[in-house]
Design a protein around this ligand. Structure first.
Ligand SMILES: Cc1cc2nc3c(=O)[nH]c(=O)nc-3n(C[C@H](O)[C@H](O)[C@H](O)COP(=O)(O)OP(=O)(O)OC[C@H]3O[C@@H](n4cnc5c(N)ncnc54)[C@H](O)[C@@H]3O)c2cc1C
Length: 426
């Protein structure tokens, strides 16, 4: 079905050979047409920018690879942005709202309970399967008037001058623009080509990810349990299914991943509990090594980073993609404001505005997820006492709890227009 959709839309191949033979030009070149790069391309195209998206993988191959059992917690503000750029309608029927969040430490009587009704009528966010979201973004991108996709096209180099930038392609040809954006994920080649260093550390944990079907309804509650090996999340999907993100110590994960299905389910059940009845696997089991990697700077001459290329974090709070969408929304708004003032997108003052707008939110989120991971992935008894006090205190303090709940919804701070659900051109 994916193949047919793409072919019918004339998405594949029509632009790639042309761009390879000749030097193409655009207002913005985005390297990486994934979730964040794709969303940025759509937003910019709608705002009247000619956008070239270069990806080393063709969209249909990316869709096949994306079938890794992951699902994303899309915060309320990200849902508003995806609605504003015309993506949400493609995932709406398969998205499950998150109405409650329950956080606890295994074996402790203390817990934290967020109920969406304490802050309004809308859910905290929605769970959407990764493959469906990717499909929605690819489909919407293929219908965007001003997006030219160049894929599969590995990048060979990046040249920048005071007046512009050029991406050269390994197969020959190049694409030039006043601004190049690196949206090529956590191992960003563009970040390195732009001379921006990344700081990395490993958590010594692997995320084991799968979908389970269960006998009882989840009532749209998300559960986060802090276990000695790492956080264990149960996230509600459409129907009687849940997405599992189970962080486990690197030395234990391979043995768990090698288990036969029945034994794997027994281990999973020990952590999951029996509150949703009998469990069955409802898709593939995959794994991801967990590390923090962030760029020392978000911009360089005629160059900007968005998404995981800018900051790749631990999935403990399900916020990495949401941060990436906020990068994309802020950059699109800054570029449109600059154009209205007669400035070019890649000018230093424009990029400075983008970098400073995103700095606080990104730094705060990286520090919070890093601190939480370290604090909770630790069997130390005094620490256990302190964090249980912390959970109980946040649960009992209404104003603080309200701040945390709005944080989960992504509605705190100075939000870009798209994240408020507004038209970028308004
Ligand atoms: C287990 C797990 C669970 C998660 N759950 C959540 C969640 O619930 N909520 C949330 O907000 N976040 C979550 N995240 C984080 C989320 O997956 C990432 O933040 C998000 O996928 C980043 O998107 P991106 O578009 O920046 O990068 P990617 O998705 O990595 O896309 C990069 C794109 O660039 C292309 N590319 C790469 N290199 C090159 C190159 N050299 N040249 C050209 N193209 C290139 C790739 O083909 C791809 O299309 C989770 C992460 C993990 C590991």
């Amino acid at each position: 079905m994916v193949y047919r959709t793409l072919t019918r839309l004339g998405f594949e191949g029509s632009t790639a050979p042309m761009a390879r033979k000749t030097a193409a030009h655009a207002d913005v070149v985005i390297v990486g047409g994934g979730l964040v790069g794709g969303a940025l391309a759509i937003a910019l195209s709608d705002a009247g920018f000619d956008v070239a998206v270069v990806d080393r993988v063709s969209p249909e191959r990316a869709l096949r690879a994306q079938h890794d059992g992951r699902a994303f917690a899309i915060a309320l503000s990200s849902k508003r942005a995806l609605t504003a750029i015309g993506v949400w309608k493609y995932v709406q029927s398969s998205a499950a709202p998150i109405r409650d969040i329950r956080v606890c430490e295994a074996g402790s009587p203390f817990h934290l309970h967020y109920d969406h009704r304490e802050v309004g009528d809308e859910p905290f966010g929605f769970m959407v399967e990764a493959q469906r979201l990717r499909h929605a973004i690819v489909t919407r991108m293929s219908r965007a008037k001003r997006v030219r996709l160049i894929a599969p096209a590995p990048v060979d180099g990046l040249e920048t001058t005071e007046s512009g930038a050029r991406v050269t392609l390994a197969g020959g040809g190049s694409v030039a623009a006043p601004l190049v954006v690196g949206a090529d994920g956590r191992n960003s080649q563009m970040r390195a080509l732009a001379g921006i260093r990344a700081v990395t550390w490993s958590y010594g944990q692997t995320a084991i990810v799968c979908t389970v079907a269960h006998a009882r309804a989840h009532e749209f509650a998300a559960h986060e349990r802090f276990l000695p090996g790492g956080p264990f999340a149960i996230l509600p999907l459409k129907g009687r299914r849940s997405s599992i993100v189970w962080a486990e110590r690197n030395d234990l994960a391979p043995a768990l991943l090698a288990l036969e299905e029945r034994d794997f389910l027994r281990e999973l059940g020990r952590r999951f509990g029996d509150f949703l009845g009998t469990l069955k696997l409802a898709g593939p089991v995959s794994s991801f090594p967990l590390s923090l990697r962030f760029a020392e700077r978000a911009t360089a001459r005629r160059f900007a980073l968005v998404g995981d290329a800018n900051h790749a974090i631990h999935p403990i709070a399900g916020q990495g993609l949401n941060m990436g969408f906020r990068d994309a929304a802020a950059l699109a708004e800054v570029l449109l404001d600059a154009r209205r003032l007669g400035l070019e997108g890649g000018e230093a003052s424009v990029l400075d505005r983008y970098a400073s707008w995103r700095r606080f939110d990104n730094t705060l989120m990286m520090a919070a997820t890093d601190g939480l991971t370290r604090l909770f992935s630790n069997g130390n008894r005094p620490l256990r006492f302190v964090r249980n006090l912390g959970l109980a205190a946040v649960n009992g303090l209404a104003p603080l709890k309200g701040v945390f709940m709005r944080h989960a919804m992504g509605t705190l701070g100075t939000l870009p227009k798209l994240m408020q659900g507004q038209d970028l051109r308004a």
